[in-house]
Design a protein around this ligand. Sequence first.
Ligand code: ADP
Ligand code: ADP
Length: 226
Amino acid sequence: MIELQNVSRLYRSDEIETTALHNINLTIRQGEFVAIMGPSGCGKSTLLNTLGTIDRPTSGAYLFNGVDLAKLSEAKLAQHRARHLGFIFQSFNLVDDLTIYENIELGLLYRQGQKGSRRQAIETAMDRVGIAHRARHFPHQLSGGQQQRAAIARAIVGNPDLILADEPTGNLDTENGAQVMDILKGLNASGATIIMVTHSPSHADQASRRVDILDGQLVASVAQML
Ligand code: ADP
Ligand code: ADP
């Protein structure tokens, strides 16, 4: 599904040049659940943003189902993201003055579809994460765990085949973190490919592969027994 070939990403600001990613080679097959680990500042978010086409490599190639994404225009990339990707963040990133239902609807913003089928998709997504009873509430009325589950519903409402999660359990207590992991594993079991940045070894252990990044370089990629 995904092939990164010699991907590097440099940041230049004033006189300072930072190599956030250095010659990354990584192949991820459909249906994998990959955990990315590494110390702060090693390039994990840059890697995830690159995989999410929010960031472009300075050099190297990114093939998605055989298509070289560097050759796509911004408009085509937006279409690619809407069709294939779902994003989950550490801090949930829900919109405060929209209801949970309306927040989840944002996940369908760039999708076609009649009102009825959109509503059906939103209700299916809410049921999947157990948040339907909060549809009319606003984010601040929900616990952190509920907010993250709503954010997952927003990420999956368009049925993405690739879910990118940047420390999805980083702001949650043990119990809510475990719930989020269970939801991600369920989505993976029903076919979604998942790539998750995490600082939690016990959560990384639940993935089918662990990738370690150090100073912008991929230093290990290990399949895990589940
Ligand atoms: P991590 O997610 O592992 O903490 P990041 O991918 O955020 O690491 O950052 C990797 C390196 O790139 C760090 O040295 C960081 O300071 C630098 N970096 C990240 N984003 C930018 C940016 N927009 N401009 C300049 N440097 C950046
Ligand atoms: P309850 O009244 O049982 O607490 P809610 O008011 O949260 O339930 O939601 C009732 C139903 O209305 C749900 O099926 C939900 O999908 C739907 N719903 C909630 N908010 C909206 C909205 N903004 N637009 C359309 N339907 C909505």
